[in-house]
Write a protein that binds this ligand. Structure first.
Ligand SMILES: Cc1cc2nc3c(=O)[nH]c(=O)nc-3n(C[C@H](O)[C@H](O)[C@H](O)COP(=O)(O)OP(=O)(O)OC[C@H]3O[C@@H](n4cnc5c(N)ncnc54)[C@H](O)[C@@H]3O)c2cc1C
Length: 241
């Protein structure tokens, strides 16, 4: 608004009036990348899974996991001791997962197929019985019998309506200066939502950015405010306790 008030409208239409906003929306809304096939839609929620809710459901089963990131590698390692067999199908030679987890997976009984793509899903109305995998270079195909198929093809990330605010966005995130200010007056950012050179997308990163954004918001409202962190060590009330 002209006086600098920001009006935020929630999804139910409710309005919030404020002079400062700290965006801590992570990567925005996350939606799993579904396997693009009509069969996948038919089997989703039956024996095609995009996540693992109960490990026990995979006990003694022949499991195929498609994907090569942290999630695929972690589930392969978790399921290996309890499933009848685990096969990981990944379209690249290199895995994106943590090095120690990838090594653990490769040294276990998990069958690792790279560089392979997941192809056709075959089965009856209710369940997938086999999947066809295809070598990305030679085109060589193999049918693998399966009881449970897990797809871990990453997430779609979306800042949603925030993309229309006029924020400077880079790599899907909001550009921030070292004070966690965005290009919009009164709008600050912290955590995974922030983009700046050397940004670490870790919980520890957000620990500093949060207080910095709060300090900057306070300074925006009250330019004379001291930009100083309060030490709990010297805090009178805490010392007393
Ligand atoms: C698989 C995986 C493993 C990880 N492992 C580690 C690890 O071991 N150690 C580590 O330090 N970090 C790890 N991370 C990174 C860590 O999770 C993030 O750095 C951290 O969660 C970022 O915190 P955040 O508060 O900025 O965002 P988030 O934790 O993503 O929180 C953002 C919140 O905002 C909400 N939101 C989004 N859009 C809107 C909207 N329009 N309106 C309202 N709410 C909204 C979201 O629903 C969410 O609740 C991992 C991340 C992933 C994906």
């Amino acid at each position: 608004m002209e006086d600098g008030t920001i009006v935020l409208t929630g999804s139910e239409g409710e309005k919030h009036y404020t002079r400062t906003v700290i965006l801590a929306v992570g990567m925005g809304t996350l939606e799993v990348n579904e396997f693009d096939s009509e069969d996948a839609t038919r089997y989703a929620g039956k024996n095609l899974h995009y996540g693992v809710e109960k490990l026990d459901a995979f006990k003694g089963k022949r499991v195929v996991i498609s994907g090569g990131g942290d999630t695929a590698v972690d589930w392969a390692n978790e399921l290996e001791p309890i499933a009848a067999s685990v096969t990981v199908v990944h379209r690249r030679e290199e895995f994106g997962g943590m090095e120690s987890s990838v090594t653990k997976m490769k040294q276990s009984s998990v069958r690792v197929l790279t560089p392979y793509r997941l192809g056709q899903l075959s089965g009856d109305e209710e369940r997938i019985q086999s999947v066809t995998v295809c070598h990305t270079a030679s085109g060589q195909r193999e049918d693998i019998e399966v009881d449970e198929l897990i797809i871990n093809h990453g997430f779609k990330i979306d800042l949603g309506p925030m993309k229309e605010w006029g924020l400077e966005i880079e790599e899907g995130r909001v550009k921030a200066d070292r004070h966690m200010r965005t290009n919009l007056p009164g709008v600050f950012v912290a955590g995974d939502a922030a983009f700046y050179e050397s940004k670490l997308r870790l919980i520890a990163g957000g620990f500093t950015e949060g207080p910095t954004a709060v300090n900057s918001a306070k300074a925006y409202l009250d330019p004379k405010a001291e930009n100083m962190a309060m030490y709990s060590t010297h805090h009178k009330k805490l010392v007393h306790k």
